[in-house]
Design a binder for this molecule. Sequence first.
Ligand code: PMP
Length: 368
Amino acid sequence: DYQSLAVKGVQALSPYQPGKPISELARQLGLDPAAIIKLASNENPLGPSKMAIAAAETALTELCLYPDGNGFELKQKLSQRFGVGADQITLGNGSNDVLEVIARCFADASSEVVFSQYAFAVYPIVTQAIGATAVTVPAKDWGHDLDAMAAAVTERTRLVFVANPNNPTGTVHDSGAIEAFLDKIPQNVLVVLDEAYCEYMTGEKDPDGVALLSRFPNLIVCRTFSKAWGLAALRVGYSISSPTIADILNRVRQPFNVNSLALAAATAVLDDEDYLQRSREANTAGLKQLQKAFDEMGLRYIPSSGNFVAVEVGPHAMGVYQALLAQGVIVRPVAGYGMPNHLRVSIGLPAENEQFIDALAKALVAAG
Ligand code: PMP
């Protein structure tokens, strides 16, 4: 029985459930893939930045070479952008990779790792894969209960994961709340502030983990090029931390974990402020469009600060999901997160949002 041979924490895991691919649904329904819309993986609906595409194309001529294992140029660019040293940056194959490296560097089978109920699905995976104990703290109003999370820290706690904004709930804490939380965490416990969606936020009180790094040496801020920067396929994320922590992460990181196309495109997209601005504007408008429609339909939703929104469709959520699929609309069930009455829908272009809303109205009737 090979199930019982897997390490205990892995036996207790379920695999990460990605959004259903468009090609698979198109085949199932016998439809042209162009007729399907996918609002299931919090992808950027604008398509990639032209500057990123051009840079990746140029990098194609070097496919036979290993990438720059230190990501020199990308780190330089990030270091200028954030006013931090290049030696504070750790690059990853998506920020998921960085999250995993952090867990492997700082926790082991004797450790506890704290995160919130309804938090991002990768936290239990990277925790349990190394045999550490996951401590899941009950959420408050669907968001992280930061006081309860601080109170959950014991002498065995090595890491705390905070997703801000959180996926799949879209909940966020402002800078002041994060700072007050960090004040409560002992210096020998690392706090991973996962800001995958932070570029969508524009307000003054919005969280900015990078600004807190100088005060909190135990802080690691994680960010990604997958969302507002529109490069999910290439898999590039990074952390910013103290140089000491970055040095530790660098020992365990796979030598060539970010490929050349990804490095080239991410370096180039940082010069495309216009793309970032359009991502933000499209997201703000799309979020309004969906929330207005939910209001009109009498559906409750969790106010979101990300590029997605969790809408409450009731106990037949899986039926609603299936009825949406039958109409060529892919969204994300979140029952696996313990949210069986919600579906998570990513913000699309205006026409996609409209198609989703029309399909949702029909799906709600079909699912009873
Ligand atoms: N953190 C959060 C909160 C996320 O939602 C995601 C993407 N689903 C990630 C990290 C990882 O993104 P990536 O690996 O594409 O950088």
